[in-house]
Design a protein around this ligand. Sequence first.
Ligand code: ADP
Ligand code: MG
Length: 569
Amino acid sequence: MADAGTEILTDGFHLIIDALKLNDITTIYNVPGIPITDLGRYMQAEGMRVLSFRHEQNAGYAAAIAGFLTKKPGVCMTVSAPGFLNGLTALAHATTNCFPMILISGSSEREIVDLQQGDYEEMDQLAIAKPLCKAAYRVLCAEDIGIGIARAIRSAVSGRPGGVYLDLPAKLIGQTMDADAGEKSLVKVIDAAPRQLPSPESVARALDVIKSAERPLIILGKGAAYAQADDEIRAFVEKSGMPYLPMSMAKGLLPDTHSQSAGPARSLVLKEADVVVMIGARLNWLLSHGKGKSWGDKPKKFVQIDIEPKEIDSNVQIVAPLVGDIGSCVSALLKSMGDKWPTPPTDWTEAVSSKKEANVKRMAPKLQNNNIPMDYHGALGVLRTIVKERPDIILVNEGANTLDIARSVIDMYKPRKRLDVGTWGVMGIGMGQAIGAAVETGCPVLAIEGDSAFGFSGMEVETICRYNLPICIVVFNNGGIYRGSDVNPTGGLDVAPTVFVKDARYDKMMEAFGGVGVNAISPDTLARAVNEALDSGKPTLVNAVIDEKAGTESGRIGNLNPQSVISKK
Ligand code: ADP
Ligand code: MG
């Protein structure tokens, strides 16, 4: 605040900070530069936590996962045009995944941008952001900063959560106004995400359908994990007696070892179920759109709980929609179920259990193999044990084979402990999510990364060392994308497009910044290195040497690759 004659002034910098703090937003993920460098400095000076990244996309992924973990919008702050565009991928990702996030970008002079007169980093950022997020706003006057930030927060967290863009032109940030009037202009958001109760008819209809089922199934999605209605969801699953299938980021909502988990019998339950209760999961590509081969040919009835009315009937008919927040919907179901709710027919639950046991038994020896070089199962087998012994750690996971196999092999025991590529199956979330998770929860993080996936955000190992975060990265180094063994069919000098440098030592990257690097060629060395990292809390990168021929094309989604019928002569 400055004293201009008799008037006490405030400015854009301080109004932005005061508005965020008033709404309990105290952590910012950013990359400094024009015009937000000083804003970051003042934020830190005013007691906010300001974490600087090496690339905006990673700062954005950190903010997005902060939103998922806390139900408050994670905030990413960037410079104009190129920085904004770098952050935009993460904003679109947050929107697609239904995570609350706010991307705040500085922008250049409106007068020049709109006349396209060639300003520094000229870009109409608001127009570009709009189709990629849930809402987008620009603030032009200092007295609107309070309401602008309030709108951004409410838009991000209410209803279906998502990404919000907030455009703050350089000129606004430096604008001054009377300090008293400034303080009065701030807005505290009351009840940012109000409960949304389902209609009583929809509850009764859903229970009628569930009661009629012979082979019922529950599918829990990451919306259920986000909702933080863990006790209600567990009570509902257990009271209903139905087998349940967790989507990847819903793993651990109930422990994967729960007797009703149908994870290891996934193919069977999708094919055979006659009633499917979706809780915070969408019938998108990850569930084959609710139809086709993987759903079998028996007729299905879908019940769906979602906060977004437009999600209902997105792919197939939903016979019993429950529109509302998951906590309220599940509580309403529980209440109406009363004390004596019939359990599903035992021939169904027993069929699921025996399929599950058979699959678990078949997998067990694979996970204990000691092959050198390691294969995916040998390496993941030891990490699986570590997660079992340390259920509080947060697992971040990306890659192709590294993702697909880890998802099915590693059991999770607590809610919101598994973070991964989400709805898009995007590569590059790794270090951003690891940092966001460590910062927001204080828990140790284990990031299991394919070597290609890690490359998208690998420079953030410096960020991890700078803030001394308890993150252990394991790079599954098979020397390439899918496999490291492809060859250039022409015999030319360039390696095949999917191949990386042989015998690369990713562990040295961590050592370069003062962290711990380990080269692990056996499951034993891998286990020892990861345990030491998690005990010490020191930033660590383990280069896990994986057989270059171990992976399959595109992991488990190779069917999405178009195939040429004429090129293979
Ligand atoms: P998954 O990929 O795990 O199946 P999705 O991201 O596809 O999960 O689905 C999450 C769904 O959860 C979205 O349709 C979203 O609208 C919904 N959702 C998110 N938060 C809530 C909430 N608090 N209450 C109800 N539904 C929610
Ligand atoms: Mg690889």
